[in-house]
Design a protein around this ligand. Structure first.
Ligand code: AMP
Length: 120
């Protein structure tokens, strides 16, 4: 069996962390290294490594992640001004933790998306 991800340890309480949201499909908690005044990670409870591994049976969890993003943005008071949702995939996408997650970032103007290089 694959080693548990840090996010699975958070979801199951093996690493102490305050869950902002938890249900049968999805959990959410604050990023340990926030890149904005509000920086929350929304993750499926199932340890799907990345978008590359999403299967049709995961669609309820993926849909729930967006519903939870909407709810948490409202709870955090950033819904009206707007926010950014990011899902990094793999090495080139900058994904560090191999457990699918959505970043919810807000509380400031997020600016243009950053790109390094032009692929040439
Ligand atoms: P990514 O680069 O998309 O894989 O993002 C991984 C995110 O997980 C980073 O923003 C990290 O700061 C965050 N992170 C790593 N370990 C923890 C942890 N123990 N608790 C909360 N966030 C974490």
């Amino acid at each position: 069996m694959a080693e548990e991800t840090v996010f699975t340890k958070i979801i199951t309480g093996k690493i102490p962390s305050k869950l902002l949201y938890h249900d049968d499909l999805v959990s959410a908690f604050r990023d340990i290294s926030p890149k904005a005044p509000v920086h929350i990670l929304i993750v499926p409870n199932k340890p799907i490594p990345s978008v590359n591994d999403v299967a049709p049976e995961d669609e309820p969890a993926i849909g729930r992640m967006f519903s939870v993003a909407r709810k948490l943005a409202a709870d955090e008071g950033i819904a009206a001004d707007g926010y950014r949702l990011i899902v990094n995939v793999g090495k080139n996408g900058g994904q560090e933790v191999p457990h699918l997650h959505m970043h919810l970032l807000g509380g400031q103007v997020m600016g243009a998306l950053g790109f390094r290089g032009n692929g040439e």
